[in-house]
Design a binder for this molecule. Structure first.
Ligand code: PAF
Length: 285
């Protein structure tokens, strides 16, 4: 596996692959890789000739009081996992390579899809994500890029700017990977104590309860959100940031679930903010 650290190195690598007629798959990550990331790598491996992963803790998507400094960094271990897939190249730049002195260009996705959920709670977050993902797509010359459903709003935002900016890449959304307990895999799970990890199962449990109610015929959005909230409120270590339900992928508010819907939550377990979601399919009947 090639380790690419500079803009020039990834440009040269992608150029060679294109010249050889290869289809390039990009998997952007912030490292501290887990099974969720590896499922993205495998999806890319299956669909593309060449797989480029990126490992870059992107400073522009963190707010001033967020966990940029504390975010887990373990590049050597990440490389071992990537080699096991195998991935062809990993792009691991310094922040100054991506945002050199004088840098002042950002991709801003306005409106209805960014003013809610994590967009409402983390001002500037999606501007940072959209900027870095645009740069990574350009640099890697990807034909396909792969993102996890756990960050479903991120996928909606990325699909929006890819369409708006006429980027020639297909965006794939890969299902959430969970631990046996139901807890969605996340690099931030490493912040949890054993007791908190057990408490964190309330996220997936509450969503599964609501999904069961939906499958049993419940269509009222407030009732479905209420079920989730009640379950989370019963867990002493948990505090709710949001419990929301929107149409998917448009992210419009809904009173009754009559089309595909995203039931999404953000919950603090101790000091750690975790997100999870479930897609309620169809809604008719
Ligand atoms: O989902 C993530 O890990 C990040 O938001 C991404 C897409 C790698 C951009 O930094």
């Amino acid at each position: 596996m090639k380790v690419l650290r500079t803009v020039q190195e990834i440009r040269d690598f992608a150029g060679e692959q294109k010249k050889a007629g290869k289809r390039i798959g990009l998997v952007p990550t912030m490292g501290a890789l887990h099974e969720g990331h590896l499922s993205l790598m495998r999806a890319a491996r299956e669909k593309c000739d060449v797989v480029i992963a990126s490992v870059f803790v992107n400073p522009t998507q963190f707010g001033p009081n967020e966990d940029y400094d504390a975010y887990p960094r373990r590049f050597e271990e990440d490389c071992r996992l990537l080699e096991g897939i195998p991935v062809d190249a990993v792009f691991h730049p310094e922040p100054s390579e991506m945002y050199p002195e004088g840098y002042c260009t950002y991709v801003q996705v306005d409106g209805d899809i960014t003013n809610k959920l994590c967009g409402a709670q983390r001002p500037g977050h999606f501007r940072g994500v959209a900027t870095v993902v645009t740069k990574l797509i350009n640099l890697s010359r990807a034909d396909e890029a792969f993102f996890g459903q756990k960050d479903a709003q991120q996928v909606v935002v990325i699909r929006r700017f890819v369409e708006d900016l006429n980027l020639n890449v297909h965006i794939n959304m890969v299902p959430i990977v969970r631990e046996e307990s139901g807890l969605a895999r996340s690099s931030r799970n490493t912040y949890l104590s054993p007791e908190e990890k057990e408490a964190a199962c309330v996220l997936s449990r509450s969503l599964q309860n609501a999904k069961k109610a939906f499958e049993g015929g419940e269509r009222d959005a407030e009732a479905l959100k209420g079920l989730v909230a009640k379950e989370i409120q019963g867990e002493p270590l948990a505090s709710i940031d949001y419990v929301e339900l929107f149409s998917f992928p448009a992210l419009h508010p809904m009173e009754k679930v009559t089309e595909d819907a995203l039931l999404a939550i953000a919950v603090k377990i101790g000091k750690t903010r975790l997100i999870d979601n479930v897609i309620l399919e169809g809604g008719r009947g």
